[in-house]
Ligand binder design. Structure first.
Ligand code: ATP
Ligand code: MG
Length: 602
């Protein structure tokens, strides 16, 4: 392609809308244009990158025997009602775009495709002889994200490869899951990314085991905890660790003390000269189940620990049926406005005790449960003579115990947040380290969640009618493209890994009025492309400096310059990643670049 014929527009200044380097660079270098919040046009250079990533994804998927297909983006609400996800995905913080068509049918734009694929499996899979089977697609997904940001990282319209596998049993699912683990590792390695596979929470998608593939970068929205020995890595949402041992309490008798201005653990520990591990803190949440029922959750946890809200949501989901629901719609810390809707009197915030009375909740409140749901985290269960609130502002009690005066909540949960510095479970001599990650892929063992809900069964060898066992596997193709930039750039621009660069090389003509330069450059451009080295020709009527800057900004791995040394039959070849430059004979350029590119994508 000749730059003079391309829609090629680069920006000198960082666009105000962009916060992170990769987003700024993709905009400046003319790869993307924002159309509205979370919605981008993929311009020709980026489209080439996306196609290269897709080709690698296809190659790895096909190698496992998975088959490509294309599923509809417009999906009927009925299917989502069958799986029980319509409300969770369209109400409150749900992320599905929904609409009503001219026949008054409710529809959604596909954020994911479990429902569609399960209905196909239900219709088409009859016998164990058809299993296992695995279908995938590469397609635009729609999600009305609460906080679309960072360009392609969190879009409302983005490209994903999603695949779904069906099995007779868990053992067969585990085998495919393992193959996907390998395929995903290959995809990221071949795209030239540094990544880590981590244990992950299965979230609203459901199921048991899941692994996320994280590209490590400071701009990542996820936190990964890992150990130096490489044996443990998990998303902080899922991570487990050993809490430090509690310091034995120095209080010996139960007393209520005047503790002015101590609403935080830090201020209280300082005032009482005690360890935060001797304190039981009581945290209040408000949750809403899909039945519409709101419940106030009071959770007691050791003072030095924090609640992991993802783990708490998972615990609450298990309790949803007690409240006429099947899942959690929202979990929030009730602010003043929310408290105003149900509090019978001002709450002793910062001084709450585990026995905070149910009379703080207005009787007869409409959709709010009249009693607190009381939970205790494992870290608080064994504490003796602890410090905690008194339900009166400015006062705490010390020397308290479960049994006397407080009743230990029946529901003991494990919802503490693992943090960097904690001891690792597999080897307490290892401490957890922290890193930021961009989630690029996520593979799940779904089990029978969707097949049970939607009645997708098969007939086993012994003639039994059994639910299909499912797995699902997603890679963010457009997010991957930007993550590659986030991991590889310098002050002059993008540095594409060769395997996914839009072009391998760019031939720059410093002076288009010099006939020899034009002739040599055009010949090189033709020969390189003929030899399979994907090459651009910068034949624009621009100053040489502008051309060099642009070639660096757009991040093409090799630049060939037909400059002054041409008189001696030499051209300059510059490698973008290292900045190294060498003068070589015109006749050697094709061979050298072919070799370099083959080595880089091997
Ligand atoms: P996240 O936790 O980042 O919201 P997710 O868990 O919702 O992601 P999945 O449903 O597992 O994502 O989707 C599979 C992959 O699709 C993700 O690993 C990610 O690479 C990509 N992806 C998800 N949401 C977006 C988005 N809004 N924009 C771009 N890519 C996305
Ligand atoms: Mg995920």
């Amino acid at each position: 392609m000749r730059l003079s014929q391309m829609l090629f527009v680069t920006l000198r200044e960082d666009p105000a809308e962009a916060e992170i380097p990769s987003h700024k660079l993709l905009l400046r270098a003319g790869y993307i244009r924002r159309i509205t919040s979370g919605v981008y046009a993929y311009l020709p250079l980026l489209w080439r990158v996306l196609n290269k990533i897709s080709a690698i994804v296809r190659d790895e998927m096909n190698a496992t025997g998975a088959q490509e297909c294309l599923l509809p983006q417009l999906q009927p609400a009925e299917l989502w009602r069958e799986s029980g996800r319509w409300d969770t995905y369209t109400k409150a913080e749900g992320i599905m775009f929904s609409l009503v068509d001219r026949r008054q049918q409710e529809m959604g734009l596909g954020p994911t495709h479990e429902e569609v694929i399960t209905t196909i499996a239900r219709d088409m899979i009859r016998s164990y002889r058809q299993l296992p089977v695995h279908l995938y697609q590469i397609q635009t997904k729609f999600r009305d994200e609460i906080r679309p940001r960072f360009g392609l990282m969190r879009g409302r319209e983005f490209i994903m490869k999603d695949g779904y596998s069906f099995h007779t049993d868990e053992a067969s699912l585990k085998q495919t899951y393992q193959e996907m683990y390998t395929a995903y590792s290959n995809i990221l390695r071949r795209c030239g990314l540094e990544f880590r596979a981590v244990d992950a929470d299965s979230g609203a998608i459901g199921g048991s085991g899941s692994t996320e593939f994280m590209v490590l970068a400071d701009a990542g929205e996820d936190e990964v905890l890992y150990t130096e020995d490489g044996r443990y890595a998990a998303n902080v949402e899922k991570a487990v660790s050993l809490p430090s041992a509690a310091v034995p309490s120095t209080f010996t008798s139960f007393e209520k003390l005047d503790t002015p201005n101590t609403p935080t653990i830090e201020s209280l520990a300082k005032f009482l000269k005690c360890s935060p591990t001797q304190i039981v803190k009581n945290v209040l949440y408000q949750t809403v189940f899909d039945s519409g029922q709101a419940v106030l959750v009071l959770i007691s946890i050791r003072g030095d620990q924090d609640v992991n809200e993802v783990k708490l949501i998972n615990e609450l989901t298990k309790l949803a049926s007690n409240y006429g629901g099947s899942t959690v719609l929202t979990l929030t810390v009730p602010d003043e406005e929310a408290q105003g809707k149900w509090a019978a009197k001002p709450l002793p915030l910062g001084y709450m005790a585990p026995d905070l009375g149910d009379d703080y909740i207005q009787p007869g409140g409409e959709a709010i449960e009249a009693k607190f749901l009381r939970l205790v985290d494992q870290t608080a269960v064994d504490l003796k003579n602890f410090v905690t609130g008194s339900n009166e502002a400015g006062y705490h009690v010390v020397g308290a115990n479960w049994g006397e005066p407080f009743t230990l909540p029946k529901l003991v949960v494990n919802v503490r947040k693992a943090t960097a510095g904690d001891r690792a479970v597999h080897d307490p001599s290892q401490t957890l380290q922290t890193a930021r990650g961009i989630e690029i892929g996520h593979i799940f063992q779904l089990g029978t969640k969707y097949s049970n809900a939607m009645g997708a069964t098969y007939t086993s060898e012994s003639g039994e009618e059994l639910p299909l066992v499912m797995g699902c596997y997603g890679v963010g193709v457009s997010r991957l493209a930007q993550a590659a930039v986030e991991q590889s750039y310098d002050k002059n621009g993008i540095i594409w890994p060769v395997a996914i660069a839009p072009y391998h090389a760019i031939v720059v003509i410093p002076n288009i009025t010099d006939a020899l330069q034009v002739k040599t450059a055009t010949q090189l451009y033709t020969d390189l492309n003929a030899a399979g080295v994907e090459t651009l020709l910068d034949d624009r009527d621009e100053r040489a400096g502008v051309k060099f800057k642009d070639s660096e900004l757009i991040g093409i791995p090799y630049r060939v310059v037909t400059g002054r040394a041409l008189a001696d039959g030499l051209v300059e070849v510059v490698e973008r990643a290292t900045g190294t430059s060498q003068e070589i004979a015109v006749g050697d350029v094709v061979g050298l670049l072919k070799e370099r590119i083959a080595a880089a994508v091997a």
